[in-house]
Ligand binder design. Structure first.
Ligand code: PRX
Length: 629
């Protein structure tokens, strides 16, 4: 399955385009199937309808765990590094992983969870989070992980959208020097979630929490009662594996649905090839299981490859900015995968935090989630990789399930800021505004993919039309990513950022419409407009223009209210970095907000606002420019 040279990459790529079915079936053969597929692929991007490994039967956890047991029962699957530094690491071998997953799966069964039921997971970054995903998959339940930083309201919306039956949660989370309550947030959310029957509560922080009799159960007590054997439920290749909510330009977050067979094949293949993982190496991805990176490259990809990984509960800055390097040194990490926002923050902290640690175990450095600026790339390459480790800038999305464009470590020549070349099986195209494909090199356009890869999203939960309209209708016949992209003279791809109304804050996707709707729930605000602006550490920050007429409150008070409102409706990750109180917004005569102008003002480009003659009231712009903070 692993490519070893650039020539092999070219050969594999060629074959994947000319004979995609033969290419992917050769790879799929390497997994354990309860029944082989009849056909490899049926697809159209019109409805869309994509099916891989049709009628194949399998269980992904047999491939993640059971398949490795004859050789790896005693091999460490996960080292757990707690939030608090200096704690002994908890080691989980493949055998222990098997037993923990089976026991938890049996708890779910005892709660009445059946194949196809949805289970919400709202947990901190502890091994039980990974066990939870796998326990669901073991019995064919569909997991829907909600990032622990989301508010009760967001949690409630997500639980209700996919009518989850059970919540797996914790009393709270340790995060740096803070203890963050989680169970109270779940209690608040569940006030209006009629589908939830049972809640399993992990004792992590030890805070006293409310336990509702008949609904809430103590994790350890339940798990300890169960057998460490649980027959894996037979799943069809196309049965859903999970739902993960993600933000877009409009409306509420969508539940992206991934299916089982194709996702398994692609996450394993991409993990092995991008990172060039070799047996006995230690791999560490710093993401949270609440995001897709935690699904594909903490849980499924590495386990499918039989890897040994680190799970980290904490944050890069606790107890100080040397924590990542301390962990690399402690576990002799060989492959390290993080986000540009963390790299920039650690760069800003200075080299004194890097120097005390031995980083010589490192072989590969990865980046994900947002464009990596050249300065951060160079800092990472020089000071962390000591100019010996390739930096793999991996481009992908929640919807793509796995990495689509990236160097293969030590195989593809890297170039700072470039995700470089597509993985075998991935056919990117650039299109102009009208949807014409732009051929040749040295060009720029909107990034689309013209052929299905095995882990492409299958639908958006409960609303297939939304999936079609969002991803397959802008440019008929193509999957539209929402990203702008340049293909340089060497045919290398550089992602330039979102071309829609999505902001990428510290690698987290936030829809401007979502933030606006949260702000508009604030009593004093009548209307708002939100745009992104360049931010030194976060990549992009959130800039909110808010109309607040006739209020007796001070601007400071109102701004505080706005922040509280966003905290309550979405969560702290969507809090605006800057709020400007205005008396009007620049609108066209047809009432459309001209975001282009607001973006320019937020970026500080006030002398280059472009044509404002079509505005209903050009004076508004003058006032906004004057009031810019
Ligand atoms: O804009 C791209 C950016 O993150 C978006 C996907 O966000 P999400 O679904 O949350 O998944 C993040 C983790 C895969 C993309 O549309 N993005 C992701 N990786 C990169 C990137 N932008 C530039 N370079 C990357 N390597």
């Amino acid at each position: 399955m692993q490519i070893n040279t650039f020539e092999e990459y070219q050969k594999a790529y060629d074959k994947s385009v000319k004979e995609p079915e033969a290419f992917w079936s050769d790879i799929a053969e390497k997994f354990s199937w309860q029944k082989k597929w009849d056909n490899v692929l049926e697809w159209n991007f019109k409805e869309p309808d994509v099916k891989w490994f049709i009628n194949g039967k399998l269980n992904i956890t047999e491939n993640c765990i059971d398949r490795h047991l004859p050789e790896k029962a005693g091999t460490v699957a996960f080292y757990f590094e707690e939030n608090e530094i200096g704690k002994p690491s908890r080691e989980i071998t493949y055998q222990q992983l098997h037993d923990e997953v089976c026991k938890l799966a049996n708890v779910l069964k005892s709660f009445g969870v059946q194949k196809g039921d949805r289970v919400c997971i709202y947990l901190p970054m502890v091994p039980e989070a990974v066990f939870s995903l796998l326990a669901c998959a073991r019995i064919g339940a569909v997991h829907s992980v909600v990032f622990g930083g989301f508010s009760a309201q967001s949690l409630q919306d997500r639980i209700n959208d996919s009518s989850c039956k059970v919540v797996l949660t914790s009393d709270g989370a340790f995060r740096g020097n803070k203890t963050i309550p989680m169970k109270p947030t779940v209690d608040e959310a569940l006030k209006q979630c009629s589908s939830i029957e049972k809640v399993l509560v992990l004792n992590r922080t030890g805070e006293k929490v409310n336990m509702q009799q008949g609904r809430d159960f103590e994790w350890k007590e339940q798990v300890s009662k169960q057998s460490p054997q649980c027959t894996a439920t037979t799943m069809d290749s196309e049965d859903p594996l999970f739902i993960l909510y993600t933000s877009g330009s409009t409306g509420k977050p969508k539940g992206v649905v991934h299916s089982t067979g194709g996702y398994m094949v692609f996450t394993c293949y991409s993990f092995l090839n991008v990172f060039q993982y070799k047996p006995e190496q230690v791999y560490w991805c710093t993401a949270d299981v609440g995001w897709v990176t935690g699904h594909s490259y903490i849980t499924y990809g590495p386990l499918l490859a039989g890897a040994t990984s680190v799970i980290f509960e904490g944050i890069p800055s606790y107890p100080d900015a040397g924590r990542f390097w301390n962990v690399v040194d402690k576990y002799k990490v060989n492959i390290f995968y993080t986000a540009p926002t963390a790299i920039r923050a650690l760069e800003a902290a200075g080299l004194d935090y890097v120097k005390p640690y031995d980083l010589s175990s490192l072989k590969v450095l990865g980046s994900v989630g947002e464009p990596i600026n050249e300065e951060a790339w160079q800092w990472y390459y020089k000071n962390i990789g000591k100019e010996k480790c390739p930096v793999v800038d991996t481009w992908w999305q929640t919807e793509t399930g796995g990495i689509l464009i990236s160097p293969l470590a030590s195989i593809t020549k890297t170039k700072p800021g470039f995700a470089t070349l597509p993985l075998p099986g991935v056919q990117p195209v650039l299109v102009d505004e009208k949807g014409n494909i732009i051929e040749g090199n040295g060009v720029e356009g909107n990034l689309c993919i013209q052929f299905p890869w095995p882990s492409i999203l299958r639908t958006t939960y409960g609303d297939h039309e939304r999936c079609r309209a969002t991803y397959f209708a802008t440019y008929p016949g193509l999957y539209f990513t929402g990203d702008g992209c340049r293909r340089d003279e060497d045919g290398y791809y550089r992602i330039t950022g979102r071309v829609d109304d999505v902001i990428n804050v510290s690698g987290h996707r936030i829809g401007t419409a979502e933030v606006e709707s949260a702000i508009n729930q604030c009593e004093d605000v009548v209307e708002s407009a939100v745009v992104g602006f360049p931010h030194d550490i976060k990549g992009q920050g959130i800039y909110a223009y808010c109309i607040v007429p006739n209020s007796l409150k001070s601007h400071d008070e109102i701004k505080k209210e706005i922040l509280n409102c966003v905290n309550k409706v979405i969560g702290p990750i969507a809090r605006p970095d800057k709020i400007q109180i205005v008396s009007g917004l620049p609108k066209t005569r047809s009432g459309k907000i001209m975001r282009r102008i607001l973006r320019k003002v937020a970026e500080g480009e006030i002398n280059n606002l472009g044509d404002i003659s079509t505005l209903l009231d050009p004076q508004v712009v003058e006032e906004i420019v004057k009031g810019k903070i």
